[in-house]
Design a protein around this ligand. Sequence first.
Ligand SMILES: Cc1ncc(COP(=O)(O)O)c(C=O)c1O
Length: 431
Amino acid sequence: MKVQLQRLPANVVHCSARRWLCRSVSDSLQGISEVEVRCEEFRRKLLDRKWTLVKPDAQIHRILLSTKQDQNVDGLFHRRSWSNNSTSSLVDEMIENDSGAPSFYIVRDDLIHPLMNGNKARKLDALLPFLEDHSVTDVVTCGGCQSAHTAAVAVSCSERGIRSHLLLRGEQPDVPTGYNLISTMYGNVVCVPRSVYASREEMLIRHAGLVADSGGSAVSLTDMLETSTRIEGRDGRKVAIINEGAGDSLALLGMIRLLCYLSEDYLLGKERAVKLVVDAGTGTTAVGLGLGAICLGLSWDVTAVMLADTIDQYRHKEQKLIYDFKRHFGFNLEHFSNRMDGGVVRWVERCQPRKFGKVIKGEIEVCQQIARQTGVLVDPIYTLAAWELATSLGEEEGRDGAKVVMLHTGGTLGMFGLAQRYKSHFRTLVG
Ligand SMILES: Cc1ncc(COP(=O)(O)O)c(C=O)c1O
């Protein structure tokens, strides 16, 4: 896949900036609020940059909900069914749907790249051009054996002629599959014993040193962002170290760009109340959406289903990302503080909480049912969790008039790794 580098938000951003300028002259007497001016400034300062994705677009489908009458079937989700109405225009849909059947909308970020998770492609959207601007030749990063992050880094680095070096935790599986296979095809994979992996930072620095060798140099992305450090050396390799999951402030920009796109008038618009639903691993995707919604002046709520950490850990991560964001991009977000005081994301438990990575009996069948009825593939670890919440909120839709919108973060290839790991759960699908 050829990915072009463009200063793209230009057409979105410049034209909305121009629109704003005209409006601000003619409307100044009618008193446009200071907040609106700040939102536009935020948008312009932040999004006028190079991106990896040529366009921020994603398909949006409407999922209609119904409840089966069969009371003998066990379990919340076995009594539900879904159908996908992806044909008519979103705006028409929303108008018609104001009095219509329960439903939710789904942003198909799972379709934006054949090999990368949607949320990984968004996280890397601003990162790869940043690395290119710093003339990086090699990237070192790490993840689990089936890491969607390492696969995404490997693919997007290859698309731009950057070498990737991926440290994967544990042993290489006998048959590489899923994200592991993609990491292996695109990047230089090294499997690392769990005991060594436990000290990630040390491990990454040591490996980056080996890659840089004597003539090159290595710098962490955090240092590049914090101190505007440029990687030294004219001829040697220039190695950038990216943390596990790429959950840095730079990752938030791709999510903000997505929100800007979704809030265009011909899509969700800026005035409509929206409940945005997403699943949270590290929580970076959710924080990017929550922060963006506030700073772009949208009355959108972001609700994230907690999958990997406690609420305190998510809140801590949220504060840290916002703090870094302010410093790295020079934003004083004081003006938005009344909306940020309680945090930018509503963190909620999954309907059936469990240890991260565990699959509960019957969930793979629900994923199969959803796939067959709607053409949308969700996985039991991440996206089923958001689907469950979107379904529950969609059934309540209309009570407060807000539209429920789920961000499908991707993870399709994760199913291959899960099938290898949870053989017995998958065997029952046939027949
Ligand atoms: C499909 C999918 N959804 C969500 C996430 C979590 O995203 P975040 O870490 O930004 O919360 C991941 C992380 O790997 C993922 O693979």
